[in-house]
Design a protein around this ligand. Structure first.
Ligand code: HEC
Ligand code: HEC
Ligand code: HEC
Ligand code: HEC
Length: 246
């Protein structure tokens, strides 16, 4: 009887230890306090005249359409810039020179074409946020433009996308067959089977976009490979290996 009790207690202790370990490695799970929190609790830029987080990208009313699509209720204007695109002799897909999907929203801030703080609907009217920059910030900004524009640093992608992973093209079974080294995707998603097992990445209207690899709401853990705003940790390159059968 006593043996069973001891074994039972040991089991509970092991379970508790696993629970604590998971809590420690899981890391933060909310946008609050991350680089994408531009409110007073933000990490890089903190707004001084609006204390909301979602408002820099979404609005509950008067959302803006992206290529005629109101999905995600955007509170900001997408980038309409023409880009220099990635090319190579082995690339099968073609990256478009203008972006229509979610990538156009990321690029609105990250190519420096649309002011970060110029928003459609805050407190029921057009709005321009004012910011201060913290010591954690990795980018430079044109602070004399109302709402600030990103101008330099690693977070700044600019309009030359030749040195960035291609986005904005259709990734379907035909592309996988043509390439020969790609995981065959399903409808609007791709799931790793041999490598990157268990990782499922979203394709938007079957297209590979910035938000296929990234999740703007997920700050990432502090563990190796779990860079801020990746859909999943890239430890052991598991994110890359979800799609590339290398
Ligand atoms: C920096 C821009 C940005 C901020 C700030 C932001 N989002 Fe998003 N959100 C996006 C993008 C981009 C998508 C579409 C791509 C995706 O799903 O990752 C999205 C999609 C969504 C979706 C629909 C898809 C899903 O994942 O369920 C919801 C709901 C959402 N966001 C809620 C929020 C809320 C609530 C906040 C504030 C706490 C917030 N977002 C802050 C950019 C942002
Ligand atoms: C409202 C403007 C805005 C939008 C929209 C936006 N970002 Fe950002 N993002 C920022 C700012 C500001 C930073 C912090 C830059 C700094 O360090 O000064 C940032 C930082 C990042 C970082 C780097 C974090 C780090 O560790 O340095 C990544 C990755 C990122 N964004 C990806 C994306 C992707 C992908 C999208 C679209 C799905 C997106 N962002 C949309 C404003 C935006
Ligand atoms: C194929 C996957 C993939 C796609 C698509 C992708 N990224 Fe990334 N991104 C990453 C990874 C992985 C990192 C982690 C850091 C690194 O290795 O640069 C990263 C890092 C970043 C950073 C941090 C600064 C830097 O250069 O490392 C920013 C900002 C960023 N991405 C924005 C974007 C935007 C905007 C798009 C769309 C135009 C995009 N990403 C498309 C995988 C991707
Ligand atoms: C969501 C799936 C997906 C993920 C994740 C992904 N890629 Fe890709 N990648 C693709 C597709 C699809 C292409 C286009 C292939 C083609 O058309 O030949 C591509 C193209 C490339 C190319 C250019 C290939 C050429 O022939 O010029 C390189 C290099 C590359 N990816 C590296 C990476 C790296 C490194 C990572 C991880 C940081 C990564 N990819 C993550 C799907 C993905």
């Amino acid at each position: 009887m006593r043996k069973i009790l001891v074994l039972g207690l040991a089991g509970i202790l092991v379970l508790m230890a696993i629970g604590i370990a998971m809590a420690l490695t899981a890391g933060p799970t909310t946008i609050y306090g991350s680089y994408h929190d531009l409110s007073s609790s933000g990490k890089a830029l903190t707004a001084t005249n609006v204390n909301q987080i979602c408002v820099f990208c979404h609005t509950p009313h008067s959302g803006l359409a992206l290529s005629g699509d109101y999905a995600y209720l955007w509170n900001r204007w997408a980038s309409t810039t023409t880009y220099q695109t990635y090319t190579s002799s082995t690339m099968n897909a073609t990256e478009p020179s203008t972006m229509s999907g979610v990538s156009a929203i990321c690029l609105s801030c990250h190519d420096g074409s649309v002011a970060i703080g110029v928003l459609n609907n805050v407190y029921g009217q057009n709005f321009t946020a004012t910011f201060t920059q913290t010591a954690n910030s990795n980018a430079s900004y044109n602070t004399s433009t109302p709402g600030w524009k990103m101008t330099a640093g690693l977070p700044f992608l600019g309009t030359d996308l030749r040195n960035d992973h291609p986005v904005g093209f259709t990734y379907d079974s035909a592309l996988a067959a043509a390439d020969g080294g790609l995981q065959t995707p399903g409808t609007n998603s791709v799931t790793g089977t041999t490598n990157g097992t268990g990782i499922t990445l979203t394709l938007f209207n079957q297209k590979l976009e910035c938000a296929t690899c990234h999740n703007v709401h997920r700050p990432g853990a502090t563990t190796t490979g779990d860079f801020p705003f990746l859909k999943a940790s890239n430890n052991n390159s598991s994110l890359c290996l979800t799609c590339h059968l290398k």
